[in-house]
Design a protein around this ligand. Structure first.
Ligand code: ADP
Ligand code: MG
Length: 699
C-alpha cells in the first residue's frame, strides 16, 4: 500500500510529466511555450488543457476546482465550484472549460483594496498563472491565479511579483548580452524560504484568548527555565513532534513541495522547515501552501502551529530566511563566483548590482519586512537589527577592496585583481556565513535576507529585491550599452570601482547586535527605521514611487492603496491586541487575583478561629503584595481602556498607527509588567488558562 517517496512526490500536482502524458502533443507544446516565454494562450489550447486537467483531477478524487489567489490579507483565498453539470434525466456530468480555467470572477468586494475598487469597479477577477502548477488539496483542484480589478489594478501579492520577475529578467538579460553572453534569453530569480514555527498543545491553545485572537501571548510570567540552556537547538525530536514532521513532509511532497531540512530551533517548541529552492513565484506559492499545510497537519496531531513572529515574550520569536539568487535559462547561477575570468566579471557585476540595489533601497527592504508582529523581533537581539546592511565575509570584502584600490589580492597568490584578467580563487562557496546578526548575508552563491517575519508572504520582500536589482542593472546597462568589446573589461572595471566606492557603506561584517554598530550605521548614513509606523511613509516617497512605476511593478494608485492597507493592518492588529488584553485582564486575571486574596484571607481568618495567637505573617505579606499590585494593575487597565477608546474615535491613517505604536503599546506593556509580577503569586489552577511553563515544556 505504502508509496515510495519518488512515487509520492508531486503525485497531487499537474506537473510537466502529467501534462506530457495527458495532453495532445501540439497542445502540450503550446502550453509549454506559454509557460516558458510568457506568451498568450489561445482559447482552444486552454479548452484542451482544461479537459485534461479535469480528467486527471477527477481520477485523483477531486470533485471541485478553485481559483487560488493571494489577496492583500497575506493569506490565500479560494472559492470552490464543483465540476458537476446537470444533464437530462436527473444526472450530472463532470465539466470544466478553458474559460473557467483561465478566468474567474470571485465576489471579492470584501478583500482589502485600499480604496482601489471603490474608485474603479466593484468586482475583481482572477487569471490563471500557468507558471505555477495546479494541484489537488482536500478533494479540490487548485489553480494558482493572479487577482486584479477590472481596470487591471493588482489586488494581490502575485501580480507585482510576476511583474518584478519580468523586470529583473529583462534588465539582467540586457547586461548579459553586452557582456557577450548571447545565449541567455531570460533570467529568473530563485528563492528558498526557511520557515520557523512553534507547536503548542491544542487544548492549551484553546484556553488562551490571546493566542486564539492575536496569535501571541499578551500576558504570562516567565517560566523558571527558558531557552538559556540552548538545549533545544538541533536537539532530538520528541516522538509526537517527529510524527508531525513526518506527516508534514509527506503532505508537502505530494504537493510537489521539496521539503528538505527540518530541525528544532533555539526556543522550546520551536522548529524549522526548509525546502529546496525554486523559481520565485513557485516558491512564494509553495511557502503559502506550506504554512497552510503546517496548520492543518498540526490539528490532526493535537497541536496548533503558531506562525506569529513573537508568540512568547522572553523566548525567541520566529522568522523566515529568504535565500535568493538569479539563474539564467542556460542554467547559470549569476551569484556563483564561477571559475573562468569571464564568469568572474559576470559574477562581480551582478554582485555589485545587488549591493547597489540594497544600498539605494534599504528603506524599501525594511518596509517589506515591517509588521506589528515583526516589530517585536527586529533589533531585539534575536533577529537581525532594523538597520539593513550586507554581510559579505572578509574574503569577498577584500576582493572588492582590491578592485577599489587597484591593489593585489591574496597573500600567497599575489593575484592582480583586474576583475577578470585573472581568475578569482574559487573559495567563496566554503565560507559559509555563521554571522547570524546580519540582515542580508552572502552565503557562497546566494544572498540570504533574514529579516522576514514567520507569518509573511515572501512575495513583498522579493518584489523589492527583484525591482531594486533590476534598477541597478539598468543603470549599469546605461554605462555599458555602447562600449566596444575591446573596451569592455576596462569599462566594467571602472564601473565596479565606482559602485564599490558609492555603496560600500552598506557592507558590514561585524556583530549587528552591538550599540557600536547602531552608532556606526548612523555615521554611515544608513537607515534605521525602528518600527512599522516609522518606515511606512517611505512607500510613497518620490524616489521609491519612481522605482516602482519605472519598472511597471505598481502604478501610483496601486502604491497608494497598498500603503493604506499596510497602515490599516498595523492599527487593526494592535487594536485587537489591546481589546484582547483588556478582556483577559478584566475577566480572567483580576478575578484570579481577587480569588487568591480571598482564599488567603479565609485561611488567615480560619487560623484565628483555631487560635487567636497564631501568626498570619505570610498571609499578610501575600495580601500586601497582591493588593498593591492589584491597585496598580487597576490603574494601568483604566489608562489602557481610556486610550483605546480614544483611538476608536480617531480617524484612520498614519497618525493613528503612530498613536497605537507610541501610546497603546506602551500602555499594554505596563499592564503586562504588573500582571506578570502578580502572576507569580497566584497558585496553580486559579487562572483559567495555562501559563508559560505549561505551554512551552509539555509538548
Ligand atoms: P542555513 O540554515 O544554513 O541558512 P538551509 O539549508 O537551512 O541553510 O537553507 C538554505 C536554503 O537556501 C535552502 O532552502 C536552499 O534550497 C536555498 N538555496 C540554495 N541555493 C539557492 C539559490 N541558488 N537560490 C535560492 N535559494 C537557494
Ligand atoms: Mg538560514
Amino acid at each position: 500500500m505504502g508509496m515510495t517517496v519518488p512515487e509520492m512526490y508531486g503525485s497531487l500536482v499537474f506537473n510537466d510529466k502529467v501534462m506530457r502524458d495527458k495532453l495532445p502533443k501540439d497542445i502540450y507544446k503550446a502550453l509549454r511555450k506559454t509557460i516558458d516565454t510568457n506568451t498568450h494562450l489561445e482559447i482552444d489550447v486552454a479548452n484542451a488543457v482544461a479537459i485534461a486537467m479535469k480528467e486527471w483531477a477527477v481520477e485523483h478524487g477531486a470533485t471541485h476546482f478553485t481559483h487560488w489567489f493571494q489577496p492583500m490579507t497575506g493569506f490565500t483565498a479560494e472559492k470552490h465550484d464543483s465540476f458537476i453539470s446537470p444533464v437530462e434525466g436527473g444526472e450530472v456530468i463532470m465539466e470544466f472549460s478553458g474559460k473557467e480555467l483561465v478566468k474567474g470572477e470571485p465576489d471579492a468586494s470584501s478583500f482589502p483594496s485600499g480604496g482601489l475598487r471603490a474608485t474603479f469597479e466593484a468586482r475583481g477577477y482572477t487569471a490563471w498563472d500557468p507558471t505555477s502548477p495546479a494541484f489537488i488539496k482536500d478533494g479540490t483542484l487548485y489553480i494558482p491565479t493572479a487577482f486584479c480589478s477590472y481596470s487591471g489594478e493588482a489586488l494581490d501579492k502575485k501580480t507585482p511579483l510576476l511583474r518584478s520577475m519580468e523586470a529583473l529578467s529583462r534588465e539582467a538579460t540586457k547586461i548579459l548580452h553586452v557582456l557577450g553572453n548571447q545565449e541567455v534569453s531570460s533570467v529568473s530569480t530563485t528563492v528558498g524560504p526557511e520557515q520557523e514555527y512553534f507547536l503548542v498543545e491544542k487544548e492549551a491553545f484553546k484556553k488562551r484568548r490571546d493566542l486564539v485572537f492575536t496569535g501571541r501571548t499578551l500576558l504570562g510570567a516567565k517560566p523558571p527555565k527558558g531557552q538559556e540552556m540552548e538545549d533545544h537547538y538541533f536537539g532530538t525530536l520528541k516522538p509526537r513532534v517527529a510524527a508531525y514532521m513526518h506527516e508534514l513532509d509527506e503532505e508537502l511532497w505530494k504537493l510537489g513541495i521539496p521539503a528538505k531540512t527540518k530541525h528544532n530551533e533555539v526556543a522550546p517548541c520551536q522548529h524549522e522547515l526548509a525546502p529546496v529552492f525554486d523559481t520565485t513565484n513557485v516558491a512564494v506559492d509553495h511557502n503559502q501552501l506550506t504554512m497552510d499545510v503546517m496548520r492543518k497537519v498540526a490539528d490532526r496531531h493535537g497541536f496548533v502551529c503558531l506562525l506569529h513572529e513573537k508568540p512568547f515574550e522572553g523566548i525567541n520569536g520566529s522568522g523566515k530566511h529568504n535565500n535568493w539568487s538569479m539563474t539564467t535559462d542556460t542554467g547559470i547561477n549569476l551569484l556563483d563566483p564561477g571559475k573562468t575570468p569571464a564568469e568572474n566579471i559576470q559574477f562581480l557585476v551582478f554582485l555589485m548590482a545587488v549591493i547597489t540595489a540594497v544600498d539605494n533601497y534599504a528603506d524599501l527592504m525594511r518596509l517589506s519586512v515591517a509588521s506589528a508582529g515583526n516589530d517585536h523581533r527586529l533589533g531585539a537581539n534575536e533577529a537581525p537589527p532594523a538597520i539593513i546592511s550586507i554581510f559579505l565575509g572578509d574574503e569577498l570584502t577584500a576582493v572588492l577592496d582590491s578592485i577599489e584600490n587597484d591593489t593585489f589580492f591574496g597573500d600567497q597568490q599575489k593575484v592582480r585583481m583586474e576583475t577578470g584578467a585573472t581568475v578569482l580563487p574559487h573559495f567563496f562557496k566554503d565560507t559559509t556565513d555563521r554571522n547570524r546578526t546580519s540582515p542580508f548575508a552572502f552565503t557562497g552563491n546566494k544572498f540570504e535576507f533574514r529579516s522576514l517575519g514567520s507569518s509573511f508572504s515572501v512575495s513583498g520582500p522579493n518584489v523589492v529585491l527583484n525591482t531594486a536589482v533590476a534598477e541597478a542593472l539598468s543603470e549599469f546597462y546605461e554605462t555599458l550599452k555602447d562600449v566596444t568589446p575591446e573596451k569592455m573589461v576596462e569599462t566594467v572595471h571602472a564601473l565596479l570601482k565606482k559602485a564599490i566606492k558609492d555603496h560600500k557603506r552598506v557592507i558590514f561584517n561585524g556583530n549587528g547586535y552591538t550599540d557600536e554598530w547602531v552608532a556606526e550605521a548612523e555615521k554611515r548614513g544608513l537607515y534605521n527605521y525602528k518600527s512599522t509606523p516609522d518606515v511606512l511613509p517611505v512607500f510613497i516617497q518620490d524616489k521609491n514611487v519612481k522605482l516602482f512605476t519605472k519598472h511597471h511593478i505598481f502604478t501610483e494608485s496601486e502604491i497608494r492603496s497598498r500603503y493604506e492597507i499596510l497602515i490599516e493592518n498595523y492599527s487593526k492588529t494592535i487594536h485587537i491586541e489591546a481589546k484582547t488584553m483588556l478582556d483577559m485582564v478584566n475577566h480572567q486575571f483580576m478575578p484570579a487575583v481577587l480569588k487568591t486574596m480571598d482564599e488567603t484571607l479565609t485561611v488567615a481568618a480560619k487560623k484565628k478561629t483555631l487560635d487567636e495567637g497564631l501568626s498570619c505573617k505570610a498571609e499578610k505579606a501575600i495580601i500586601d503584595r497582591l493588593s498593591s499590585k492589584y491597585d496598580a494593575l487597576y490603574d494601568a487597565v483604566q489608562i489602557l481602556e481610556k486610550d483605546t477608546a480614544k483611538a476608536e474615535s480617531m480617524s484612520d491613517g498614519l497618525e493613528l498607527a503612530k498613536y497605537y505604536q507610541s501610546t497603546i503599546l506602551e500602555d499594554m506593556s505596563k499592564v503586562r509588567e504588573l500582571a506578570d509580577a502578580a502572576e507569580e503569586l497566584i497558585p496553580e489552577g486559579v487562572l483559567p488558562y495555562p501559563g508559560y511553563a505549561d505551554i512551552l515544556f509539555y509538548v
